[in-house]
Design a protein around this ligand. Structure first.
Ligand code: FUB
Length: 472
């Protein structure tokens, strides 16, 4: 096992331990979990649930190295109360690795969940980027590649190959950003998500980049948030770090630095992720605030993130209370609507849309299923009400019969504005994940007709098990 010391803030981990018990917590405060130390959080929203993937700090009190052997998963349906699902991957998930379960991120693609990790491989060099894959946000996860995706021998790799962030654009192209020791790097990923597609590039414009990149997109603008440790507006002591961010109009930049979004935290390292959930933006980060906490005994916190009208981010207010509960739900107006569609197969049922079922999976036909086989391309389903309703959220559970009907390629929520159908304003991503409700929020519209425009994958038709529409 190779073990090298990382200047100022570093770690070397040892054996491995896994625990998979689900422990409900009832924390509506920061840090969100205090019975384990957790670090390097990466949020992911799937349907009505926010997941946080985080490493576990196991360093004994008073020691000065990271001891990190596993990656854990937390989840919440309101961003305030969290359930601990235990370790869902460990160093042993990667047979070619031996230590240092550092920062990670999960990216959904092709109906699977790819878990990109920083881990100390047993080959030449130090830290590598591995990738595990699972069929659900909670796994089980297995090594997807049989070796590192990025290592010190990858041409033009970073001086420290850690802290992967993966972003998939609307055109289906996925990008990997990563790096530490001031060396940000980026590359395209092939659709299989386990190979780089083309050369590793050095993104331009990420002023004072230190480590911990996080990429996302909002209103057509790309954001790259990252840890910096300069004393030029970031921190007064460069053992600490802040979160700076940059924006770009294309996913590989060039980037324009926009400033500091998260000030120094109480731990030396500063690692954060951003996500939209139930219409609200959140920043998830770590600090040393749990009892007995420290630089190598960190804890995950969640706070609200706000944008200005020009797309810049407001500096985060770090709280001890955490955000208020933000459950999905409200009054579902679907049961009071009349459903129609561009096409329904003779043996399927339009009534499935609003008959109030709660599917257990995308293959669950127990409460009827709507399907439009053999139609392909763009089809639609629609609700009509006799009087105008104010609507600001829909939730869709897709049907997948594992035959001619598959999860869609994309979807859009539209409304009748009195003369035509137009996209609802401010629409969040129209999710196409299987086995869950996909929530789309938007600026409230008052309308008598709401439409879900569904575009199929080539050679497949599409279907819906339940489509909910919520009163604003
Ligand atoms: O947790 C180990 C390392 O510390 C992460 O990979 C960095 O981002 C920093 O948080």
């Amino acid at each position: 096992m190779r073990t090298r010391h990382r200047a100022v803030k570093l770690g070397a981990a040892l054996a491995l331990v896994a625990s998979a018990a689900v422990v409900p917590t009832a924390s509506a405060a920061n840090p969100i979990i205090t019975d384990h130390y957790t670090a390097d959080p990466a949020p992911l929203v799937v349907g009505n649930t926010m997941y946080i993937y985080a490493g576990r700090d196991e360093a004994p009190a008073g020691t000065t190295n990271f001891v990190m052997r596993e990656w854990r998963v937390l989840s919440s349906t309101d961003a305030a109360t969290w359930t601990d699902h235990g370790a869902r991957a460990t160093i042993a998930t990667f047979p070619w690795a031996g230590a240092d379960a550092w920062a990670s991120e999960v990216e959904p693609r092709n109906g699977k969940y790819y878990w990109y990790t920083s881990v100390n491989g047993t080959g030449a060099g130090w830290m590598d980027i591995g990738v595990a894959v699972g069929d659900s946000p909670l796994g089980p996860f297995r090594d997807a590649k049989g070796g590192p995706l990025v290592s010190d021998s990858t041409p033009n790799s970073s001086g420290l190959n850690i802290d992967p962030t993966v972003f998939t654009d609307e055109d289906g192209q996925s990008y990997l950003y990563w790096g530490g020791y001031w060396g940000a790097r980026a590359a395209k990923l092939k659709p299989n998500m386990i190979e780089l597609d083309g050369p590793v590039v050095t993104p331009q414009g990420l002023a004072n980049f230190w480590e911990a990149p996080w990429m996302f997109k909002r209103n057509g603008l790309y954001y790259l948030m990252y840890a910096a440790n300069d004393t030029n507006g970031c921190v007064t002591n460069s053992n600490y770090a802040c979160q700076r961010y940059a924006t770009a109009t294309s996913p590989l930049g060039p980037w324009t630095h926009r400033g500091v979004v998260l000030d120094q935290v109480s731990s030396t390292t500063n690692h954060a992720g951003v996500v939209q959930f139930n219409g609200q933006w959140y920043i998830v980060y770590h600090n040393a605030n749990a009892p007995g906490g420290g630089n190598f005994r960190r804890s995950v916190a969640v706070d609200l993130l706000h944008f200005n009208a020009d797309g810049t981010m407001r500096k985060v207010t770090q709280t001890t209370t955490g955000p208020p509960p933000n459950p999905s739900g409200g009054t579902n107006l679907a049961p009071s609507a009349t459903a129609s569609t561009s096409h329904v197969s003779a043996w399927e049922s339009l009534a499935a849309l609003n008959n109030g079922g709660t599917p257990v999976s995308s293959a669950d036909r127990s409460n009827l299923a709507y399907g439009n086989w053999p139609e392909r391309g763009t089809q639609w389903v629609e609700y009509r009400w006799p009087t105008a309703k104010s609507v600001d959220k829909v939730a869709t559970y897709w049907f997948d019969d594992e035959q001619g009907i598959d999860l869609p390629a994309s979807c859009e929520v539209q409304y009748w504005n009195g003369s035509s159908y137009v996209d609802v304003p401010g629409q969040s991503a129209c999710g196409v994940a299987g086995n869950t409700f996909n929530t789309t929020t938007f600026t409230a519209v008052s309308t008598t007709r709401l439409r879900l425009s569904i575009t199929s994958k080539p050679d497949f038709s599409t279907g819906v098990l339940e489509w909910q529409a919520f009163q604003a």
